[in-house]
Design a protein around this ligand. Structure first.
Ligand code: DC
Length: 222
């Protein structure tokens, strides 16, 4: 199987670019952030402090997370319920970042990610795919962009759903999440030594997709 790892900070365009590249190559696209978001949403629903490692670990046995691909689109199921929409709120983003720093949560989600990659040609995006989950991936890309541009992209997505969203809050949340994701002890966000670092600042989506497809083809002789 051909496995492509795309890691990078929040709002770098990983999901949009990975989705576009996967469609062009006929690979499945796997968004691993959705798994951490599902665990975060469960903890929020249960009223568990998402930074409390013991509290979150205690509810993990109650959780079943599954990914299903419906018409090629990933849906995430939490105990059988499709939570693909609910996991996209700003509260779910912060909850995901919090629970993702807990080692038991990372090991809980590890096998699921490895299993999908072993059975499919896929582009998997996250924070630790090239460094921890798929260290032998044939292609590793670290996708990034300036924080202000990343916050503006995220703001434009959120404002459609909620007219009270403020750009400054989105930027502050994004910087807090980046800091937390890159400074945690376990599987911190960082480029793998053998990754191609690609900064998409100022690039259109089409250009970013084409460049990522070129990198993948070059590395896989496709
Ligand atoms: O990619 P995302 O914004 O949906 O991810 C949500 C959070 O989940 C992110 O802040 C960090 C965490 N995460 C992680 O730790 N490892 C991954 N492979 C994917 C996401």
């Amino acid at each position: 199987m051909i496995n492509v790892a795309i890691d990078g900070p929040a709002g770098a365009g990983k999901s949009t670019v990975a989705k576009g590249a996967a469609a062009k190559l006929g690979f499945i696209y796997v968004d691993t952030g959705a798994l951490y978001r599902a665990v975060g949403v469960y903890a929020l629903r249960k009223g568990v402090d998402t930074k409390d490692a013991a509290g979150v670990s205690a509810v993990l046995p109650e959780i079943s997370v599954e990914l299903k691909f419906i018409d090629g689109v990933q849906h995430v199921f939490l105990n059988g319920e499709d939570v693909s929409e609910e996991i996209r709120t700003p509260d779910a983003s912060m909850a995901a970042s919090n629970v993702s720093a807990i080692p038991s949560v990372r090991s809980f989600l590890f096998d699921l990610q490895r299993d999908i990659a072993s059975k499919n040609n896929c582009i998997m995006d996250g924070r630790d795919i090239g460094t921890v989950v798929l260290p032998d991936a044939q292609v590793k890309i670290f996708l990034t962009a300036d924080p202000e541009e990343r916050a503006m992209r995220r703001y434009k997505e959120l404002i459609v759903k909620d007219s009270n969203v403020k750009y400054d809050d989105v930027l502050a949340d994004l910087k807090a999440r980046d800091y937390q994701d890159s400074h945690r002890e376990i599987a911190p966000l960082k480029p793998a030594d053998d990754s191609v670092v690609y900064n998409t600042t100022g690039h259109t989506l089409e250009r970013s997709v084409d460049e990522v497809v070129d990198i993948i083809k070059e590395k896989t002789n496709g």
